[in-house]
Ligand binder design. Structure first.
Ligand code: SAM
Length: 374
């Protein structure tokens, strides 16, 4: 719950945050008369602003607050560049602080996910997709709401996947979206060791299972731990008319049994996710990567291949070395039978203002073809 004073009365409402943000302790009422400097100052101090004005003005206020958050203080500009790993931690800290501050502008909801503000859009469908049905009032941050609206638009529109002949994958809220197509192309190009059975470990939207099905693999067991991902994968493989070949299974890593081909695209950066939405990017202590490698030999059929898809961004950031990775491969009784590389084509790789530009510009995504040495 959050509490505030309004019209001389103490008021309260249920707090919602899919990103796991704690309810703000101090809340004041704000409206069209609230100035951006004042709003930004309050937000930096940890005071949230519950919006009562025009919805579109709240969007503009949030954009003005974001511009203030992105101004680099003069004192920081001339400091020497810290080493890459430190730069990465500072970058994450700054992003978390920015998210915290911008999360202080709050929007009230009435039952049925309706917003009782002037010029508010109809977000009932988008919020139902992210939160489930709701028939009680609540408050959430405008920043989270904009993320939910954006996710709904992507879900409607879909992401074109060249490896699927430009058919679309429709990601659900909170499910890893295959916007970076280069890793999907690697799975479309690598020579198939067999077309009988494959496992897709951590299937997300189901994109890799769908690519394997289109390549003629007759049965693909697609696992994930996240029920949202499984629901999303089921919808996508149905839409793409490959559902008869794909069996979604809720599992921690591997399903039962063995397969001649096991594919896994774990989160690429070891680290603690700051929010549940970061779980597809950050792998705490490299748990999924280690778990996949450690269990692979026991799930491969003789002569089978494990395809590990991993970018070397973590290596460029100083968070993992190539020797660490090869050590894990070796210790798991595996050998590298081959590799396919791709250079990322995403726009941030070419953005010199991105604080992680050097690492992103040097990044290579690799499909490692692994075989058992046992
Ligand atoms: C980086 S995403 C990749 C999704 C999809 N395979 C792709 O390539 O677009 C990693 C996925 O692994 C799932 N995952 C994480 N840990 C897992 C585990 N222990 N067992 C099964 N799935 C897991 C996440 O929920 C997420 O959907």
């Amino acid at each position: 719950m959050i509490g505030w004073r309004e019209d001389g009365r103490d008021r309260s409402a249920r707090w919602r945050s899919e990103s796991g943000a704690a309810p703000p302790r101090r809340v004041v009422v704000a409206d069209d008369a609230t100035r951006a400097d004042e709003a930004y100052r309050l937000a930096c101090e940890g005071t949230a602003l519950l919006w009562r004005g025009d919805f579109q003005n709240a969007r503009q206020l949030l954009a003005a607050m974001a511009r203030r958050a992105d101004r680099t203080p003069r004192s920081r500009r001339r400091k020497p560049e810290p080493p890459q790993v430190q730069a990465f931690h500072l970058y994450r800290q700054a992003r978390a602080q920015r998210a915290h501050t911008l999360g202080m502008l709050l929007i009230p909801f009435e039952p049925g996910h309706t917003i009782p503000l002037r010029r508010a859009p109809d977000v009932a469908q988008a919020c139902t997709e992210a939160y489930g049905p709701d028939d009680e009032p609540y408050v959430t941050s405008l920043r989270e709401l904009l993320g939910i609206i954006g996710a709904h638009e992507w879900r409607e529109k879909g992401v074109p996947i060249p490896a699927l002949g430009d058919d679309h994958i429709h990601p659900h809220y909170g499910v890893f979206s295959p916007v970076r197509g280069e890793y999907v192309d690697l799975v479309a190009q690598a020579p198939l060791p067999a077309t009988t059975v494959a496992f897709d470990i951590g299937t997300g939207t189901g994109v890799l299972a769908a690519v394997l099905a289109r390549r003629g693999v007759r049965r693909i067991v697609a696992t994930d731990q996240d029920p949202r991902a499984l629901a999303c994968a089921i919808e996508n493989v149905e839409r793409l008319d490959v559902a008869k070949h794909v069996e979604p299974v809720e599992a921690d890593l591997f399903p039962d049994g063995r397969a001649p081909l096991i594919v896994c695209n774990p989160p690429w950066v070891p680290g603690k996710p700051a929010t549940p939405l970061e779980r597809a990017v950050y792998d705490p202590d490299g748990r999924m990567l280690r778990g996949f490698l450690a269990g692979l030999a026991d799930h491969l059929e003789p002569g089978g291949e494990g395809w590990l898809i991993l970018s070397d961004l973590a290596e460029h950031l100083g968070l993992r070395t190539r020797a660490d990775l090869m050590g894990l491969v070796d210790a798991a009784g595996l050998a590298v039978a081959g590799r396919l590389d791709a250079r990322p084509a995403h726009p941030r790789a070419a953005d010199p203002d991105d604080p992680l530009h050097a690492a992103r510009a040097a990044e290579t995504t690799t499909l490692w073809r692994l075989t058992s040495t046992r």
